[in-house]
Design a protein around this ligand. Structure first.
Ligand code: ZN
Ligand code: ZN
Length: 177
């Protein structure tokens, strides 16, 4: 899908560089970008870093993205696009209780959320190379209603607290011996 030259998304993708965090911060919701994204070399894909070839095998210096890579990049890095595609797939139906939600709603309770089945916090602090992009791919995503989403989040919070406590204890034991 080509980007409109004058769109804000185009500006964000191709505009002036902004300093970006090198590790995944949970509050950003999207992973850090690969180095190839910033170095922008003609004929080399900004997402996967591999050369883009023409049919005759020569490097295509007029391109800086593979078609499939743009698609994947958009899915991962543009949450509004993720929502759009997920709504198309699930039609607003909550994966947990089956209730159907409208595409958009001003009422908080009526909204639906993009939920990452394997939670994103498991990727926290990782650099692009160590990150499992599968966490952002379609098969790790599901539609959840506000209610089911908050239930899932609070269950995970309990688990996180438990994990943190355990790791703190391990560190303490190590320090004491
Ligand atoms: Zn590529
Ligand atoms: Zn639900």
């Amino acid at each position: 899908m080509p980007l409109n030259r004058y769109s804000r998304r185009h500006k964000r993708t191709f505009g002036k560089k902004k300093p970006e965090p090198k590790v995944f911060l949970e509050e950003h919701r999207v992973p850090p970008k690969p180095t190839s994204y910033y170095t922008k070399m003609k004929g080399r894909c900004r997402f996967c870093g591999i050369l883009i070839r023409k049919k005759d095998g020569k490097t295509n210096t007029r391109r800086s993205w593979h078609k499939e890579c743009i698609d994947e990049y958009t899915y991962i890095y543009h949450p509004s696009e993720t929502r759009k595609r997920l709504y198309k797939r699930d039609k607003g139906q909550c994966a947990s209780c089956g209730i159907i939600k409208p595409r958009k709603s001003k009422i908080f309770k009526e909204r639906w959320h993009v939920d990452h089945i394997k939670p994103l916090w498991e990727q926290k602090g990782k650099r692009f190379k160590e990150i499992d992009l599968g966490y952002w791919r379609e098969d790790n995503l599901q539609t959840l209603c506000t209610q089911c989403h908050s239930t899932k989040t609070s269950k995970e919070a309990t688990l996180r607290a438990k994990l943190k406590k355990e790791s703190d204890e391990t560190t303490n034991t190590k320090n004491n011996t």
